[in-house]
Design a protein around this ligand. Structure first.
Ligand code: PGA
Length: 303
């Protein structure tokens, strides 16, 4: 088998698009040129790689193997490019970072500082919930992930770098907002505007109530922290959110924090990678940047 890099790149794009015409547009090539390269690759490999059933294009088992090879070759090229750039004294490359929806509130500021230090590094940021992050880690799709407590049953390297307290929020005119102190039992029968299943914040809240021998009775589910804050402001119910997401509304008085005992729920943010993963030079730079920032913060707190 002698596939060329060009053929692998074309095949990967066709497999990603599941369509020859879309792949041709993405690659700025003609559709016949793309089909011919795939045919040539199949000839080189000696087996069909794609099959058309109805209007849909599927990968054969051999296709899946060649696809994985194409991904590995592309990654290896990217890493080599970065190493060569570093040897020339240039810090260049692509940082592929995924973060929990809730972390996006501070990560963009972090990335702005990082981009200022390393203007030649490109950044691809994916913002998604905890369960998708775990899937991405499992498939080795990203360099690094920022998420809440990582699960113990996965082989991961995780470094805590920042607190993530969860607080109870209410509209300023909510009857409970005038109370000086509240027990968790005082809020148990309230309606909560809560994140979707799969969210780390939601799992933590459910665990917290369970530990108190309670279960939230009434919920309205939303997949965005912004929507939750709007809903709480509109009086739809109480919310439990990471303090990072609500700083502005608390400052301006559009939301208030309820003084509930056992809150804030103490949580941390972690920088996570698949254990044993070889970090690209750019990802290593970002790791050092995040952990140095933590060190700096701890020193400032001590001073
Ligand atoms: P989430 O994750 O945005 O999926 O809720 C945050 C977390 O894990 O704390």
């Amino acid at each position: 088998m002698k596939p060329t890099f060009h053929q692998l790149r074309i095949f990967r794009t066709v497999a990603d698009c599941r369509n020859y015409t879309r792949a041709a547009n993405t690659l700025h090539l003609s559709q016949p040129a793309v089909s011919m390269q795939v045919k040539q690759l199949e000839h080189n490999v000696g087996m069909p790689l794609l099959e058309q059933i109805g209007k849909k294009l599927y990968m054969t088992e051999a296709g899946e193997a060649i696809y994985q090879c194409a991904v590995n070759v592309a990654r290896s090229f990217e890493e080599t490019e970065e190493i060569l750039a570093q040897l020339q004294g240039v810090q260049r490359g692509l940082l592929k970072l995924s973060v929990a929806t809730t972390a996006s509130y501070f990560v963009t500021q972090m990335l702005a500082r990082f981009a200022e230090l390393y203007p030649q590094i490109s950044i691809s940021l994916d913002v998604t919930n905890r369960s998708s992050l775990l899937e991405q880690l499992q498939n080795n799709e990203r360099d690094l992930v920022i998420m809440g407590e990582p699960p113990e049953d996965m082989s991961l390297r995780s470094q805590p770098f920042m607190d993530n307290p969860l607080i109870t929020i209410a509209a300023p005119n909510h009857p409970l907002s005038k109370r000086k102190g509240l027990n968790i039992t005082d809020i148990g029968d309230q309606t909560f505007v809560i994140r979707e299943t799969g969210s780390g914040t939601r799992a933590t809240i459910e665990r917290h109530f369970e530990q108190a021998g309670m279960k939230i009775q009434s919920t309205i589910e939303m997949s965005s922290n912004e929507a939750i804050k709007q809903a709480v402001q509109a009086g739809l119910g109480l919310g439990i959110v990471s303090r990072h997401t609500a700083e502005l509304e608390l400052e301006t008085g559009r939301l208030v924090k309820l003084p509930v005992k056992t809150f804030p729920i103490k949580r941390k943010w972690y920088l996570v990678q698949l254990s044993g993963k070889h970090l690209s030079p750019v990802a290593s730079l970002f790791e050092t940047f995040v952990m140095d920032a933590k060190q700096h913060e701890t020193e400032q707190q001590k001073a």
